[in-house]
Structures are given as structure tokens and as C-alpha cells.
Design a protein around this ligand. Structure first.
Ligand code: PHE
Ligand code: ZN
Length: 873
């Protein structure tokens, strides 16, 4: 296997040379693009003076010419080794380096650097893609002013875009050119260009200081009718960042381009965001409400990066969470403000508690600020993004809104135009709050999910109530000793009438700061034994253990006013029942406890007060969550327990589900606003339960919804319930009809593929293999790969984990194939196999055998190698 070197944070040194300006000139051609780059460089006065000039350049670069101050560098004046071009010539303190490279965008299947997406040129430079374009000090702490000239055939590529403002253009008979200039110094990872036959939606935004900004969203002409929602979301984001953070946009033009081939969701390139079509296109007929919300939050996320990421960027890639954690926190708050804060919190915590906790408990577990990596692409993780956002949220909680805002003001002012660290961010929070956050910073450096055990005691004589908190963090790979963390614990105590008891601070809730291994918290003057509500709002990313009784959970489900805590009480109640059944193999026909059914009945009766929250309250804990909290994951028992309980809830409350379904029906035509989304969500939840009854009556209802609805949310929900039902003939018919209706909509076809890949009925693997041969499938497109392969391996647990081991073999085959084409995507796809330790010994052996097969398959990318070697360690 190839030897890949490990890069350590502790080895960081400042760059030996800085770049003042970059002049780029692209002669765009699908198979042979010529890139000329002229760098005004100077020796960094802060670096030791004896270092040679080193530039990064990928193996795929063909170096055509290299000169310094107009003099060609002789062949013995430079050396290329691995990804580094090292110059052995004497250099002045300032000089001009010119270099010409040739690259082949069409052959670029990794989708990093310059590549073709459906015939249009686009780039992806984060994290280290710029070195696939030209030789450059490709590291985020080298910031320069970029001027970019694009030259291309004017019929094939009528639109030529890059960062900043267009400053000059011209054309001859066949080709044309445009020069763009970005006045803001930036690291190379924020560089972008786009060239193609694109249409655009246009609008303007007037900033709070009165400047007019031109907004453009580019897409293929056929998708022009799907850009309105992204445009609205962009304007809302711009307004929100002015209002909440006092930050306004800085250039005169803001562009977004939608591309079909993209490894991730979207990219915040300065002034020229490039988006996966799945995160920008939206139309009621073709897009579900969930996808509408995703578009809104990703547009916001990339926009917010203009300050948290671009104006203030990362010193090195270990600091990735500096921009990502903070920006996720910002987009979470934005979505909370746009819709329901409680619902948003539940969704975010669900993602964290299932996927991030699982990552933290697996072989790739790493701190939010990793200490080392082989391939940085492997660290665009839930830990860096979501746990990173939780850290920022805890700072917000500890300091309060006002002081937190002072901290971000100081951060943006102090570090504007700089490349900084998470320590610099926290230092700003320390400065404004005058608090010592040294211990708090362990959240950045310590991996693993902390565990918080809580016991309580009520002393009736002294009227005191005592809570004892004990925290610990399990060992993670390479980090065995764990230190106590600074945990903000938001709590309330309820008396038996359901009223919150005033606490020592005079308030009805209190933030207790847990900094030691053990903390004792005493409340005086408590007249009866209270019910504690702990970790309200999920105030810290920990696993909470308090021996709640079922009565207490039901009580909180009824009386809690904190939306998250109330929802969680309901979930934990269901978890109890489900876990007991999972231990018995899952398929249990014991009746549901009456108290549980009546709790759900109350939820159903009150559902229309807050349909979005009700829909969450009426959804059982996911398979992913039940897996994460299992000691040994029993996929079949989890699946069966959940399905059986769903059916029992459907039976016990059949009339109520139907009433609510009808109540949530609407005569009006579609609107994509919060209240309508909530209504549709609850309606579809009801349909799901009704369909669990296997009754032709409800099949007819689903069929009717499928054919009569005027929007994808309702149509697709109806289709899903039928596909997952016992009515296989109807399912086949509806899938075909849906295919006929939407085969020209690539994003809709992704949904169609994913739905079938997730179908838990037996024989799934051969159905999945057939999908890979279907004309709507395209093995080069990451969205399609994710829709089929990733969905099957992550969501279709009973089939992927089948005891014949064929699911595992299938994934290994695909990884081996894909690693040569697109290492980033291959490496991500590998995740489910790396979690082998969580399963029974038979599955463990089968999974390990496939990991071994991948290792032995030959020359692997650094991306896949890193994940494999860590998961076999
Ligand atoms: N920086 C992007 C974001 O979070 C994610 C991304 C990383 C996109 C790497 C492409 C490549 O907004
Ligand atoms: Zn981001």
C-alpha cells in the first residue's frame, strides 16, 4: 500500500514566502487548458530567511514554463517531488514568478481543481484543489489579490465568471475574454471560475449602508424556473446577517452557479459560490419541502461564510471548524428565526446525536480541531461542522447573546483580512466577557462524546433538593486520558402541578456550569420532590444519564415548555419500550402500555396547535438513533421493533390518525411557507401510520394523494408510503408512473433512485444492482452515487447487513472501482464498513474481510487509505 505521510498541527510554521498579487490567464479547452500564472511574491519577514521557495502542484500538472523576473529557471533550478515543486535558485526579497501549466479538465473525474460538469467548466479548490490548476503556495494563510482572465470559445462558453468584479472584456470572431478582479486578498481555496452556456436569474439587494448589490444565480436554461427560492433565501440571509451580526456584503456583485457534478453541497468562493444543483434548485412541482429548507439553509451558510471564512479565514486546515463550526451555528440560528426555533433545534440535535455521536465513537473519531491528518478531505466531518457549531453555541449560552455579539464584533474587526485560529476566536470571547476560557477550549482538542451521569436526592426535612453530576469521556483512538470539560447545563425543576420552581437566581431555569469531574448542585426551599428537566435546549453535546421514571417522562412531555426537552422526553419514553423489545428480538406482539398510547392520543389531539412540532413528536426514534445507543447493534431487531410499534400505534389510534390526516388536508394550492410546510409534514406523518395498517382503504388514500397533489412533498410522501408497504404491485405501477412523469428532472430521479435503494423488502441488493444499470443512473455523478449506493448502505440496514455478506462485498467492490475515479466520494462511502466494531462477531468478520479486500486491491488514494488504516487499527 502507498505510504502517505501524516501532517501534524504541532509542526505548523509560517509561510516562507507571501503572495501579493496573482494574475491568472486561462485559455479554456476541454482537454488542454493552458494556465498562465504571474505571482508577485516576497519573502515573509516573519519566517526564517534560509528557506527555499516551495510551491504545491498536483501530479496531473504539466509544467510548460517557469521563470523568475523574466528569466527562465534552468532545468536544474527546480525539483518536483510528490506534490512539491522546490526551487533551488537564489531569490531577491521580492520577485515575480511566472509559470505556465497545461491541464485536462475533461479527464478530471475527481472533481477537484478545474473540471467539466455537463459540458461547463467549473472549479472546486477547497481544500487543496488549486494545486491541480497551477503551482502555488496552496495553503490558507497565504492570501493574495487575484486578477483572472478567461478566454474561451464564445458559442460554447458564452458566460465567463470568476471572483470579484468584471473589469475588462473583448472578443474576436470565435473567442471572447473577460477579466475579473477581486480586491479582497484571499487564500487560493476561495478561487473559482465558471465558463459555460448558462442562464441567470437576477435581482438586487440594497445593503444597510445603501449600496446596491447585483445578485445573479446561474443555471442551465431548463432550470431557470427553479431559482426563485434560492434568490429569496439569499436576500433573507443578507438582511439577517446585517441585523444579527451587523455585517454587510462587500462586493458589488454576488453570484451563485448551479452545477450537477459536485462532491459536496456547495462552496463559498468569494463572490462566486458554486452549488450542487441539489442545494439551489427548487420548484414546488419537483422539490420537497425538506429540500426547500435545505436550499434555504445552504444558501445562507455559503453567504455567511463571506465573513466567517472569507474575510476572516483559517490559518491552516486544522482550524477548519473556525469557519465551519461558526458558520453552521450562524445558519442554524438563521433557520430557527425563519421557521420554528424548537423544530430546528430538534432536527439539529437529531443529526448530532445519531451521526456525529456515531462518528465520535468510531475509528475516525477526532477532535473538532484535529491534531493530525493524512488527507484533509477526510475531515469535512460532522464533528468539525456540527460539534463545532455546538461549541460556538455553548459560548453563546455561557456569555449570553449581548456579550457573544460583542465577541463576534471584536473577532471580525480584529482579524478582518487575516488567517487565524480557533484560539484567536476564543480569545475574542475571553476579551469581551473577561472570563478565562482555558478549560472550555478542551472542547476543541478533546475527542469523544462526554457522558454525564446525574443522580438526585430530595430531603423532605430540610426542603433541599440535590443534584450530583458526574462527567467522563471515553477514550478515543490516540487519546486515552480525558480531562473534565466545561459543560453548560441548563435545567429547570417542576412541581407536581407542572409549574417550574423559582431557582436561586430568581428565574424558572438556571444555567449550571459543570467544570469538575463531579459537581453538586443544591436548591433550597423546595417543598416537594420535583421533576428535573436537564440539558434543556440540549445545552451541551453530551450523553445524559438520569434514571427518569416513565411517569416523569410523561410528565415532562405534558408540562415542559422548552420544545427540545419536551420532544426528548417523548423520545426517551419510546426508547424505553423499543429497547425492551429489541432485546427480545424486535417482533413482539405485547400490547403497548396504556399510558403510552394515551400520551400519544393527547399528542394527536393537540397536534394542530403546532403541526411541525407534532410531526416530530409523533415520529418514533430513528433506526440510526436506536443503533447509536445500542451496545451491540442488532439491525433486524431494531428494524422490527420499530415497525411493529408503528403498526400498533397506527392500530390503537386509527381514527385519530385519519381525522388528523383530513384536518391537515388543504383545498388551497401550494405555498412553500412555514405553516404550510408544517401542515404537509403532519399530514404525511399521518398517512405513514395509516399505511402501516396494510389496508386497501388507505392504499386508495395514498394513491389519491399521489395523483392529485400539485407538489412534490405530497406526491413523493404518498409514493414512499406505498413503496414501503405490502402492496408491491401498486408500488411498481406508481414508481413507473413517477419515472415517466419526471425522467427529465435529474434531481427528482435522485429521489426516485434513493427511495428504491432504501426499500427494506428482501432482495434489495439485486434491485440496487439493477438501478445501477438504469438509464437515469450515471456512475460519474456523485449525486447519483449517493442516491443509490450510499442510501442502500446507510439506510437499508437490514439488507446491507444481510448475513450472506453480499451487501458488504458490494460496497467493497464499488469503493475499489470508485477510488480511481473520485477518491473523496469513495472515502465517504466507506463509512458504514468502518463501523464494524458495533456489530455481532459474525458481521464483524464479514465486514473486516471486505476492508481487507480493499486494502489488498492495489494502489489506493490517500483518502481511502487513511480511513481504511484507521478502521483496521
Ligand atoms: N466549504 C464548503 C462549506 O461548508 C464545503 C466544501 C468543502 C465544499 C470542500 C467543497 C469542498 O460550505
Ligand atoms: Zn461551510
Amino acid at each position: 500500500m502507498s505510504q502517505k505521510s501524516v501532517i501534524y498541527l504541532k509542526d505548523y510554521t509560517v509561510p516562507a514566502f507571501l503572495v501579493e498579487t496573482v494574475d491568472l490567464r486561462f485559455e479554456l479547452d476541454a482537454t488542454a487548458t493552458c494556465v498562465e500564472s504571474v505571482l508577485r511574491m516576497r519573502r515573509n519577514p516573519k519566517a526564517s530567511p534560509d528557506q527555499p521557495l516551495c510551491l504545491f502542484g498536483h501530479d496531473s500538472l504539466e509544467l510548460l514554463s517557469l521563470s523568475i523576473d523574466g528569466v527562465r529557471v534552468p532545468d536544474n533550478g527546480w525539483l518536483r517531488q510528490d506534490e512539491v515543486l522546490r526551487l533551488n535558485v537564489s531569490l531577491n526579497d521580492t520577485f515575480e514568478l511566472r509559470c505556465v501549466t497545461k491541464i485536462n479538465p475533461e479527464a478530471n473525474t475527481a472533481l477537484e481543481g478545474l473540471y467539466l460538469s455537463d459540458g461547463m467548466f467549473c472549479t472546486q479548490c477547497e481544500a487543496e484543489g488549486f494545486r491541480r490548476i497551477t503551482f502555488y503556495p496552496d495553503r490558507p494563510d497565504v492570501m493574495a489579490v487575484f486578477t483572472t482572465t478567461l478566454i474561451a470559445n464564445k458559442n460554447q462558453y458564452p458566460v465567463l465568471l470568476s471572483n470579484g468584479n468584471p473589469v475588462a472584456q473583448g472578443s474576436d470572431e470565435t473567442s471572447h475574454w473577460v477579466t475579473w478582479q477581486d480586491p479582497f486578498p484571499k487564500p487560493a481555496y476561495l478561487f473559482a471560475l465558471v465558463a459555460g452556456d448558462l442562464s441567470c436569474a437576477e435581482d438586487t439587494f440594497t445593503t444597510q449602508s445603501g449600496r446596491a448589490v447585483k445578485l445573479q444565480i446561474y443555471a442551465e436554461a431548463k432550470d431557470l424556473d427553479k431559482l426563485g427560492h434560492a434568490m429569496e433565501s439569499l436576500k433573507q440571509s443578507m438582511r439577517w446577517d446585517e441585523r444579527v451580526y451587523g455585517r454587510e456584503y462587500d462586493l458589488d456583485i454576488y453570484m451563485i452557479v448551479a452545477v450537477d457534478f459536485f462532491n459536496m453541497g456547495a462552496m463559498e468562493n468569494k463572490g462566486l459560490n458554486i452549488f450542487n444543483t441539489s442545494c439551489v434548485l427548487a420548484h414546488p412541482r419537483t422539490t420537497t419541502d425538506a429540500a426547500f429548507q435545505r436550499v434555504e439553509s445552504v444558501v445562507a451558510h455559503e453567504y455567511f461564510h463571506n465573513w466567517s471564512g472569507n474575510r476572516v479565514t483559517c490559518r491552516d486546515w486544522f482550524q477548519l471548524s473556525l469557519k465551519e463550526g461558526f458558520t453552521v451555528f450562524r445558519d442554524q440560528c438563521f433557520s430557527a428565526d425563519m421557521h420554528s426555533a424548537a423544530v430546528k433545534r430538534v432536527e439539529d440535535v437529531t443529526l448530532l446525536r445519531t451521526a456525529q455521536f456515531a462518528e465520535d465513537a468510531g475509528p475516525m473519531s477526532h477532535p473538532v480541531r484535529p491534531a493530525s491528518f493524512i488527507e484533509i478531505s477526510n475531515f469535512y466531518t460532522l464533528t468539525v461542522y456540527e460539534k463545532g457549531a455546538e461549541i460556538v453555541r455553548m459560548l453563546h449560552t455561557l456569555l449570553g447573546e449581548k456579550v457573544f455579539r460583542q465577541g463576534t464584533d471584536l473577532y471580525f474587526d480584529r482579524h478582518d483580512g487575516q488567517a487565524v485560529t480557533t484560539d484567536d476566536f476564543v480569545a475574542c470571547m475571553e476579551a469581551v466577557s473577561q472570563r478565562d476560557l482555558t478549560q472550555f477550549k478542551r472542547w476543541y482538542s478533546q475527542a469523544g462524546t462526554p457522558r454525564l451521569d446525574v443522580v438526585d436526592e430530595y430531603n423532605a426535612d430540610q426542603k433541599t433538593y440535590t443534584l450530583r453530576f458526574t462527567q467522563s469521556t471515553p477514550p478515543t483512538p490516540g487519546q486515552t486520558d480525558k480531562q473534565p470539560l466545561h459543560i453548560p447545563m441548563s435545567l429547570a425543576l417542576f412541581d407536581s402541578t407542572g409549574q417550574a420552581i423559582p431557582l436561586a437566581n430568581g428565574q424558572l431555569s438556571q444555567l449550571v456550569e459543570l467544570t469538575d469531574e463531579e459537581t453538586i448542585f443544591v436548591v433550597k426551599g423546595v417543598l416537594e420532590k420535583p421533576t428535573p428537566s436537564l440539558l434543556r435546549g440540549f445545552s451541551a453535546p453530551v450523553k445524559l444519564f438520569y434514571p427518569y421514571t416513565e411517569e416523569q417522562l410523561s410528565f415532562l412531555l405534558t408540562h415542559e415548555t422548552d420544545g427540545f426537552a419536551r420532544w426528548d422526553a417523548g423520545q426517551q419514553l419510546a426508547v424505553r419500550l423499543l429497547q425492551a423489545r429489541i432485546l427480545k428480538g424486535g417482533e413482539v406482539d405485547d400490547a403497548l402500555p396504556e399510558a403510552f398510547v394515551s400520551a400519544w392520543q393527547v399528542l394527536l389531539e393537540r397536534a394542530s396547535d403546532d403541526p411541525a412540532m407534532a410531526s416530530l413528536l409523533l415520529t418514533l426514534p430513528t433506526e440510526a438513533y436506536l443503533s447509536e445507543i445500542s451496545t451491540v447493534i442488532d439491525v433486524d431487531a431494531i428494524f422490527n421493533a420499530r415497525r411493529t410499534m408503528r403498526r400498533q400505534l397506527a392500530q390503537a389510534l386509527e381514527a385519530q390518525w385519519l381525522t388528523l390526516y383530513n384536518e391537515m388536508g388543504s383545498e388551497e394550492s401550494y405555498r412553500p411557507d412555514s405553516s404550510e410546510m408544517a401542515r404537509r409534514s403532519l399530514k404525511n406523518t399521518c398517512l405513514g401510520y395509516l399505511m402501516a395498517l396494510d389496508s386497501p382503504t388507505y392504499l386508495a388514500l395514498a394513491e389519491q394523494q399521489f395523483s392529485e397533489s400539485d407538489n412534490m412533498t405530497e406526491q413523493f410522501a404518498a409514493l414512499s408510503t406505498v413503496v414501503y408497504s405490502v402492496f408491491t404491485d401498486s408500488a411498481r405501477e406508481m414508481l413507473d408512473e413517477f419515472l415517466n412523469q419526471w425522467q427529465h428532472e435529474s434531481l427528482v430521479m435522485n429521489q426516485w433512485l434513493a427511495l428504491q435503494a432504501a426499500d427494506p423488502k428482501s432482495g434489495a441488493l439485486s434491485r440496487v444492482k439493477a438501478l445501477l444499470e438504469h438509464p437515469v443512473y450515471d456512475s460519474r455523478n456523485p449525486n447519483k452515487l449517493r442516491a443509490v449506493i450510499s442510501t442502500f448502505c446507510n439506510q437499508n440496514t437490514v439488507n446491507f447487513h444481510g448475513l450472506d455478506g453480499e451487501g458488504y462485498r458490494f460496497l467493497a467492490d464499488k469503493i475499489i472501482e470508485l477510488d480511481k475515479q473520485n477518491p473523496q466520494v469513495a472515502s465517504r462511502l466507506l463509512t458504514p464498513l468502518t463501523r464494524w466494531k458495533r456489530y455481532d462477531s459474525q458481521r464483524q468478520a464479514l465486514m473486516r474481510a471486505q476492508l481487507q479486500r480493499i486494502i489488498e486491491s492495489g494502489d489506493l488514494s490517500g483518502d481511502v487509505y487513511e480511513v481504511l488504516s484507521k478502521s483496521m487499527a
